[in-house]
Design a protein around this ligand. Structure first.
Ligand code: ADE
Length: 234
């Protein structure tokens, strides 16, 4: 998979993409992340990317020309026909595990990071094919949101995680939160690991985990529990 990111602060991506799972996935050639500076597509001395809003009001708006030029230049190198060109914005559809799974199916995705008061509406209307928000709050730019999307998508690319089954029990992968996890020691400060997990009875363990996942989801996220695929008994 190739992920192109267009933004104003490319340096923000250096450290997060150079650690842990994303670093390994890049080194193994499973994903290529290419970060582009929108400012490189300006033509004036001050490399201007923003301007005042028509109609007045506070804050600056990202100009259309550098964004169009950046996207069109990338499209010359990589065929983006039918592939998503995504604007990160608090106005987008909410990013969920389901959306991450959907994006992970593509060969390439392009992420455009907004900044300041927003982007000129013509970018949305004529260039962008999808808009994503990572939550109902406002960040100072789309860069952090793009990192969240990249992280959630990259770990779903086949081969990225050690075991192909690793993400099957993740919270949200089956509409439920994940069950409680324990590791050694068996007793820590007098707190014991639930006996069922030491029983060696895989059927019982699976039942307990499913039950815990349901209880936890009901308690913490009743909104998710309503939509989960539960059997009559459950
Ligand atoms: N840019 C600013 N806030 C954002 C959010 N919540 N999600 C995605 N992009 C953003």
């Amino acid at each position: 998979m190739r992920i192109d990111i267009l933004c104003l602060f490319p340096e923000m991506f250096v450290s997060p993409f150079d650690c842990s799972i994303i670093k390994r996935a890049r080194e193994r050639g499973l994903v290529e992340v290419v970060v582009h500076n929108i400012r490189d597509y300006t033509h004036d001395k001050h490399r201007t990317v923003d301007d005042y809003a028509y109609g007045g009001g506070p804050g600056m708006v990202l100009k259309p020309e550098p964004i169009f030029e950046a996207v069109e230049s990338i499209k010359k190198q990589v065929d983006y026909g039918g592939l998503p060109i995504i604007l990160l914005t608090p106005q987008g559809r909410l990013f969920t595990q389901q959306v991450a799974r959907e994006l992970a199916l593509h060969q390439n995705i392009m992420l455009v990071c907004g900044h300041y008061e927003g982007v000129d509406e013509r970018v949305r209307e004529h260039l962008i094919t999808d808009e994503i928000s990572i939550g109902d709050y406002v960040l100072s730019g789309g860069e952090l949101a793009a990192m969240v999307v990249v992280d959630a998508v990259v770990r779903l690319i086949p081969g990225v995680l050690g075991s192909p089954l690793s993400f099957h029990s993740d919270s949200h992968s089956n509409g439920l939160l994940e069950y409680p996890q324990y590791t050694r020691p068996e007793v820590y400060r007098s707190w014991s690991v639930p006996a069922v997990l030491l029983s060696g009875n895989h059927g019982e363990i699976a039942r307990w985990r499913r039950q815990q996942a349901i209880l936890r989801t009901l308690k913490r996220r009743p909104d998710l529990a309503k939509q989960a695929n539960l059997s009559t008994e459950e």
